[in-house]
Ligand binder design. Structure first.
Ligand code: CUA
Length: 511
């Protein structure tokens, strides 16, 4: 229907049908020639930058084209109209980044401090993140002022000085001393406003911790966290207890590659660097008592970097003292009758189920629990802090097995486990390569806080840890499982499902 074509030439020859896209070129080139071919005739006209092509008739002159049918007229009309529309579209396109930036600012502002975002960093939970949040607020304030002034200026200039059909060529200038001084001086003033609070915050957050601070040594491993409390003689893994109202001074080291330690809700994020000790300190406010918080590694450290998480429990000073006193000593075990694997409550009799509904814990005959120190109460665990990962279905496990704690202790003490793990109170288990398991049964998670500490998860982990955490240094131990470390199936020295159930019962009994 529209047999006509128009072409636009500048340095290269752009050709197209009479579409808005083609005509849109009109407003951006410095100089061009528009040629129109219609009904076997052609005409051309040179246009200058900013020219809004008034209409095809004007463009081509009166006599260029012979009278033609309505469809061609329509084409010409749209040629003229779309030219203007496109100019508007270009302005809008220019404004798109502005609008996006504004949306981003609004989005960030809206999320600031919102408690429904459990990992938000905009908090006033420690002096560390209060300082940083306050600095952020100041930067945002000045940035917003600059943003508004600049955007208003841009919009004003766009509309005030845009090209019109009757616009003369703009005055050609080169250099403007007053402007150049202004746009050098203004940023210098803005930077001064930003520098003072920034430097103040840097000095504050880099200062030494108070001498009486709680010392916690954080050691990053591929891929789990070791926490040591030298003042209390405690070594634990992946679950960090912090008393509120007392400054904690983290001493950050790595046993292998770079990691980065971060508890978003408490603020601060600092790298664990080989051959160097970094420090990070903060004081959880009293209002933070009995909170479960997520922590993670934030420096890429290998294939299970994303699986390198931990939990932080903020507790009162008294609760911390109770926890610490118990953690220092060997585990108390026998507090809970071991759960059966894959047994439903109906089979196990007076049994309870976890949320998975698969594990029955025989509570009826459970001995009176031995006194253990404070453990963060389960009901205070935020949903966001409980792992939801499940073992891959490739790790099969015999259902209905009930582990025996004492048998498990014996199997564990003869197995390769003791080469890497330490359990105070079990003289055979003195390894230091893997997480200290002394009070393993009182932890809510394992595998660097990736799995909930349940029998169902634990037996599969013991059977084939690398299948549950890629790159895990802990090998597959279950008979017949593929062990990537030796690139073969486990045969010699592997554990049967019953033995694994026993070991799991032993570990879970370590309160
Ligand atoms: Cu450790 Cu990433």
């Amino acid at each position: 229907m529209f047999a006509d074509t128009a072409s636009v030439s500048r340095r290269s020859h752009l050709t197209g049908t009479r579409s808005p896209d083609l005509v849109g070129v009109t407003v951006v080139v410095d100089e061009m020639t528009i040629s129109v071919f219609s009904g076997g005739q052609s005409a051309a006209r040179t246009c200058w930058a900013g020219t809004v092509v008034p209409s095809l008739q004007v463009l081509l002159g009166e006599s260029t084209l012979a009278p033609h049918d309505p469809s061609q007229d329509l084409g010409m009309a749209s040629f003229s109209r779309s030219c203007r529309i496109h100019s508007g579209a270009q302005i809008l396109r220019g404004l798109a980044p502005v609008a996006l930036t504004a949306l981003l600012f609004l989005g960030v502002a809206a999320t600031a401090g919102a408690q429904q975002y459990p990992n938000t960093t905009f908090n006033y939970t420690t002096e560390m993140n209060e300082a940083v949040t306050h600095l952020w607020d100041q930067l945002l304030f000045w940035a917003t002022i600059v943003f508004v002034i600049v955007e208003v200026g841009i919009l004003y200039i766009i509309f005030k000085f845009k090209a019109r059909p009757d616009s003369p060529d703009p005055k050609q200038v080169h250099g403007n001393t007053a402007l150049e001084i202004a746009w050098t001086a203004i940023p210098a003033v803005i930077l001064a406003f930003i520098t003072v609070p920034t430097v103040k915050t840097i000095f504050m957050t880099q200062a030494k911790a108070p001498a009486d601070a709680l010392q916690v040594e954080v050691i990053g491993h591929q891929w789990w966290w070791e926490f040591r409390y030298p003042q209390y003689g405690i070594t634990t893994a992946n679950e960090l207890y912090l008393p509120v109202g007392r400054t904690v001074n983290f001493k950050l080291n790595t046993s292998d590659v770079l990691h980065s330690f971060w508890i978003p809700r408490l603020g601060g994020k600092r790298d664990l660097i080989s051959n160097r000790t970094n420090y990070l300190w903060m004081t959880p406010r009293d209002s933070m008592a009995l909170k479960a918080l997520n922590g993670s590694c934030t420096e890429y450290c290998g294939e299970s970097h994303a699986n390198m998480k931990f939990r932080t429990f903020t507790v009162t000073k008294e609760q911390f003292a109770s926890w610490a006193a118990h953690q220092k000593g060997p585990a108390v075990y026998g507090a809970v009758t071991p759960p059966a694997v894959g047994v439903t409550p109906a089979v196990a009799g007076a049994a309870a189920t976890t949320k998975s509904g698969q594990v029955g814990t025989e509570l009826a005959d459970a001995p009176t629990p031995a006194p253990v120190g404070f453990v963060f109460p389960r009901e205070k665990l935020d949903a966001s802090t409980m792992p939801t990962a499940t073992p891959p279905s490739s790790i099969a496990f015999t259902a209905g097995l009930t582990g025996d704690v004492e048998r498990g202790r014996q199997v564990y003490s003869r197995s390769s486990c003791i080469g890497c793990h330490k359990i105070s109170g079990n003289p055979m288990s003195a390894g230091v390569l893997g997480p200290n398991l002394t009070h393993f049964g009182s932890r809510y998670t394992f595998g660097s806080a990736v799995y909930e500490n349940t029998t169902e998860n634990l037996v599969r982990w013991i059977k084939n840890a690398p299948a549950m955490k890629p790159g895990s240094l802990m090998p597959a131990i279950g008979n017949g499982e593929y062990n990537p470390a030796i690139k073969a199936k486990v045969t010699m020295g592997g554990l049967s499902d019953q033995q694994i159930a026993d070991v799991a019962a032993y570990l879970l009994a370590l309160k």
